[in-house]
Design a binder for this molecule. Structure first.
Ligand code: ADP
Ligand code: MG
Length: 331
């Protein structure tokens, strides 16, 4: 992408971020509480935060807007001056001293890499570029190109210093990409803000990463969350009834592209350097937002065996794996 285009994209995304609208709805049939919501653009996707009951939420909403905006600016790989872009550009030459927030995201990504046996790998940057997700490439990469990109993929090629909070790349061209963790992480940040402001009943939906408060709206036992049919976006696959948890779905139907008539998914298998074609969609339910985001991406890559391992490892975790011919729930 040219510098001009990059700048334009950066400005566009920042402008979008501030297209904020406040909503206030009162359902008068007695079965629902009043609700207030804000809708903001973050990570180039829509984030809607809804709070229920007669609560004052303005301050919490303002803080969420400010924190989401800061997170967006921190890890936006399309803006050359974001901390993540600067880290990516220089961490091979010299160790990068991370800000507290970037360090926290990096540590969450490192833990995810270990727990998912590398299925979740935040160093997929070179593969995303190779398969045309940053700048539009319109040919299928050759085996040699894939091999050369794979030489720059693998979190084991990044050296962490836990004392100094620095990272260093051992290969030139390594690029971190937080696309598979950022939305879940941001949901946790927003949830924390709401609870700190005394909001007990809320739903956060950041581009399909959903967080639900422990307390459902009055008159309801649980929240209802619709899961799309990955084969037909207009239809629901199922409806989940939940509270006090986070839900995320990874599928190839949202952000895929077509090269030579072939659908290219945006979730990469970091082992073979190719887009996963494994499942139609994977939904993860976990206590924390960051985990549902990570685990849905990782199980999309590795499937049921990894899902079984993760539910053992992490209490409160479950999966819905949807394929064309069958649906599996784990456990
Ligand atoms: P979505 O962003 O559509 O909700 P995911 O949460 O599954 O879907 O994240 C996909 C994004 O994560 C990709 O766009 C890319 O930025 C990044 N990514 C792709 N493959 C992997 C992987 N194996 N491990 C970690 N991140 C990945
Ligand atoms: Mg994810």
């Amino acid at each position: 992408m040219s510098t001009k285009k990059r700048i334009y994209r950066g400005i566009a995304s920042v402008l979008l971020l501030f297209v904020v609208c406040f909503g206030l709805r009162r359902v008068l049939d007695g079965s629902h509480e009043p609700e207030k919501s804000i809708t903001i653009m973050v990570f180039n996707t829509v984030c809607k935060v809804t709070v229920y009951g007669d609560v004052k939420a303005d301050k919490a909403f303002q803080e969420i807007i400010q924190k989401m905006s800061a997170l967006h600016d921190l890890i936006n790989v399309y803006a050359p001056d974001s901390e993540l872009s600067r880290l990516n550009a220089t961490a091979f030459q010299a160790e990068w001293h991370c800000s507290d927030e970037l360090w926290a995201i990096l540590c969450a990504a490192r833990k995810a890499y270990a727990e998912t046996e590398g299925a979740f790998d935040p160093t997929v940057g070179p593969l995303m570029k190779l398969w045309g997700f940053h700048g539009k490439r319109n040919t299928i990469p050759t085996d040699a190109e894939i091999a050369s990109a794979l030489a720059k993929v693998g979190l084991d090629k990044v050296v962490f210093d836990d004392e100094k909070h620095t990272v260093r790349f051992t290969r030139e061209g390594i690029a971190l990409d937080f696309g598979g963790i950022a939305k879940g992480y941001a949901c946790d940040v927003a949830g924390e803000v709401l609870r700190a402001h005394g909001v007990t009943t809320y739903m956060i939906d950041l581009g399909g990463n959903i967080q639900l408060s422990e307390q459902p709206p009055k008159g309801q036992k649980l929240f209802t969350v619709g899961i799309r049919n990955p084969m037909d976006k207009e239809q629901l696959q199922t409806v989940l009834e939940l509270k006090g948890c986070s839900v995320a779905t990874s599928g190839n139907y949202e952000r895929s592209r077509v090269i030579d008539g072939k659908r290219i998914g945006h979730i990469m298998d970091p082992k073979d350097g190719r887009p996963g074609e494994f499942h139609a969609s994977v939904t993860a339910v976990t206590p924390r937002g960051v985990d549902s985001d990570i685990f849905s991406t990782a199980v999309f890559v590795r499937g049921e065996p990894l899902a079984r391992k993760l539910v053992e490892l992490r209490p409160g975790t479950s999966f819905l794996i949807v394929d064309e011919d069958k649906t599996i729930t784990v456990p």
